[in-house]
Design a protein around this ligand. Structure first.
Ligand SMILES: [Fe+2]
Ligand SMILES: [Fe+2]
Length: 313
């Protein structure tokens, strides 16, 4: 998507005194239902993720980029607006992390087999959360060092959105993984697209690091979803279909001005979460040797939901 006209000004920051809209707050849900992967399978997926996060690929906010060279004067208004938008999304990490702790609980009322599975998953979740939190910190730092906004103003902006609850409208475990698969891939693609156009090399360097992390997060979710399909077959097709049928990027239903803002950032760099759907189709095809009618219908449906495809029946 390109825009030859002057980029619109970024939306006004949310008023600090404004209370979150109670009408759009999602209902927080309890533990997800199975089936789950055998704990040994989850452990293999988690180990592959940790192996992919070798020390050479790790980075830290303090030393990864040359902060003193960050310069927002090299960005267009649209690029600044995009940075502000993705900072809000990344900064909601406490809400995303709470989904995993609430829906895959590690408490006394969880039966032993489920607990063993959730404990393996937790080895992924905590590492993933550290990485996502570093994304939030790095984008915060970029905004303040480059001169987009001062720290106190930004903290207030982030708090307005950050205190709103986050939930996914699904109750099957596989649906949470399929959702994350699409969201991580869509985020990776957007960071790559934005990186290609931004005028500040410091921001380009940062976006490169973020997109590589999101690629690893996607790979983990793809591995898990593929294992679900191999292990449980048709039983997990409907929950995956439901994810696509109801897909919204994080905060789409709660962030003030989300849709208007999302359209604006798509003018700066291509932003279309359905770009990730081809990757999901590929994983389904890879996982399923003997295609059943339900799997056929699933891949057809996902393809139809791709932007530009004919509207699904
Ligand atoms: Fe991230
Ligand atoms: Fe991620």
């Amino acid at each position: 998507m390109t825009n030859t006209s002057a980029p619109p000004p970024p939306p006004a920051p949310p008023a600090p005194s404004q209370a979150p809209s109670r009408t759009s707050d999602p209902v927080l849900r309890g533990p997800v239902r199975g089936p789950f992967l055998p704990p040994g399978d989850m452990e293999q997926a988690v180990t592959a993720y940790h192996l992919a996060t070798s020390p050479a690929r790790r980075w830290d906010v303090e030393s990864a980029v040359n902060w003193s060279a960050a310069d927002a004067d090299r960005l267009t208004d649209g690029q600044r607006s995009a940075v502000r938008f993705v900072t809000l999304i990344e900064d909601h990490l406490p809400g995303y992390f709470a989904v995993y702790t609430r829906r895959f609980p590690l408490t006394a009322d969880v039966d032993l087999a489920d607990f063993a599975h959730h404990r393996e998953l937790y080895h992924f979740t905590v590492r993933w959360a550290v990485e996502e939190d570093s994304h939030a910190r790095a984008l915060f730092r970029y905004q303040t060092e480059s001169g987009i906004v001062d720290a106190d103003t930004l903290r207030r902006e982030l708090a307005v959105e950050g205190r709103k609850p986050f939930e996914l409208p699904h109750d099957d475990a596989v649906a949470l993984f399929a959702y994350a698969l699409v969201q991580e891939k869509a985020t990776q693609i957007y960071y790559q697209q934005l990186r290609a156009v931004v005028g500040d090399p410091v921001l380009a360097e940062l976006l490169g690091r973020l997109s590589r992390d999101e690629a690893r997060h996607f790979t983990f979710m793809a591995d898990v979803v593929e294992r679900y399909l191999r292990t449980h077959g048709d039983a997990v097709v409907e929950p995956i279909r439901d994810v696509i049928a109801r897909f919204r990027m994080p905060l789409a239903d709660t962030m003030r001005g989300y849709w208007r803002w999302a359209l604006r950032i798509a003018d700066t760099a291509r932003y279309d979460h359905t770009d990730a759907y081809d990757h999901l189709i590929r994983i389904v095809n890879r996982a399923v040797d003997a295609r059943t009618d339900r799997v056929e219908e699933l891949t057809r449906f996902i393809a139809e939901c791709r932007s530009g495809a004919a509207a699904p029946a």
